[in-house]
Design a protein around this ligand. Structure first.
Ligand code: HEC
Ligand code: HEC
Length: 286
């Protein structure tokens, strides 16, 4: 590790063992939504993480018990209002073809069940790895005659939230082999590449220092099983690329574009680090 990196991290981190903040963030808490849907928030690390971490942990466990509880009941979860809005979008015809999502896909509960858990995923027709957001836009532009939604726009985030809800409780299970392997390897390389003035990689924070405090924030493993997340900070849904952009910016680097090939590869890789954790549908974070 470069000296510069070491001092940059040391300057930001207040080393606090995980246990010391247990009353703030209850690491043994169980995430049960509406008293019935049990979500897996700690799981043995997938094989490809051998030597890096033993266990994968949802960002939910790093939040204060107050924030945690907001995600335990859909009536308290402020993200749910956006899911309702997306339900309206699902049934509304848009574009020159006069079609709604429902016209082709039927009930979202049936057609989108399990989709979020396996994305990003290799798409045979496109010959590349695609995210859920890209599939939504492909349907809009190529099948509905409608404009593409902004990649991290509110309309996109809420549709992703509605689709994620149909996998709530299912284990994240993205494929990293076969035709997706090359993209996955690129994503992995990006994850470990130090960027910006601070010369820090995703791993420097989310692998080497999770559980520690950084600028009054409690560092998690940077998992995306909970995405999209409702952030209390700005009272909006945030998508994975929106979050990546913010984190890269924090290292004072030029960020890759949201929806860029680089961020799609990074999303696949980050998703695969959470294989085995539950899709949370819409999570709540600070
Ligand atoms: C005209 C019919 C049509 C409409 C309207 C349509 N889709 Fe699709 N959609 C498809 C087809 C066909 C596929 C399969 C494409 C493929 O696998 O390459 C698909 C695939 C998808 C997928 C990937 C599903 C999977 O199992 O991998 C998502 C997500 C999706 N659509 C979302 C939407 C949303 C959201 C809307 C409304 C904004 C919408 N679609 C509107 C026909 C449609
Ligand atoms: C300087 C340290 C730092 C670096 C480098 C960094 N992050 Fe973060 N990241 C944070 C902090 C702080 C948070 C908010 C607390 C938390 O959830 O960890 C965060 C949150 C996240 C979250 C949200 C997790 C959740 O459950 O809500 C994701 C995803 C994430 N980061 C991914 C990344 C990726 C991918 C990279 C590399 C491109 C990266 N981060 C680089 C500090 C960093």
């Amino acid at each position: 590790m470069k000296i510069k990196t070491l001092s940059a991290i040391a300057a930001m981190l207040v080393s606090t063992p995980f246990v010391a903040v247990a009353d703030e963030a209850d690491k043994d808490a169980n995430l049960v939504v509406n008293g019935e849907v049990e979500l897996v928030t700690r799981a043995p690390a997938p094989a490809h993480l051998e030597g890096a971490v033993d266990e994968v942990i949802s960002g939910w466990l790093f939040r204060t018990s107050e924030t945690q509880s907001l995600q335990m009941d859909d009536f308290d979860n402020p993200g749910m209002i956006f899911v309702d809005q997306a339900m309206d979008d699902w049934g509304t015809a848009v574009g020159s073809e006069g079609k709604s999502c429902a016209d082709c896909h039927g009930a979202v509960e049936d057609s989108m069940e399990g989709v979020r858990a396996v994305y990003p995923k290799w798409n045979e027709t496109a010959g590349e790895v695609r995210t859920v957001a890209q599939m939504i836009n492909e349907c809009r532009t190529d099948r509905m005659g409608a404009d593409a939604l902004g990649y991290t726009s509110a309309a996109m985030a809420r549709m992703e939230a509605l689709i994620s809800m149909q996998s709530r409780g299912m284990p994240v299970n993205v494929a990293i082999d076969g035709p997706a392997q090359e993209t996955w390897e690129w994503g992995k390389e990006l994850y470990y590449t130090r960027t910006g003035q601070l010369q820090m990689s995703c791993a420097n924070c989310h692998e080497d220092n999770y559980g520690n405090n950084i600028r009054a924030d409690h560092l998690s493993q940077g998992q995306i099983n909970g995405f999209p997340v409702y952030r209390l900070k700005n009272a909006k849904l945030t998508t994975p690329h929106g979050r990546f952009k913010g984190c890269v910016r924090d290292t004072r680097a030029e960020t890759y574009g949201t929806g860029s090939d680089a961020f799609v590869a990074l999303e696949l890789y980050v998703a695969s680090r959470g294989n085995g954790l539950s899709v949370e549908g819409v999570s709540v974070r600070n």
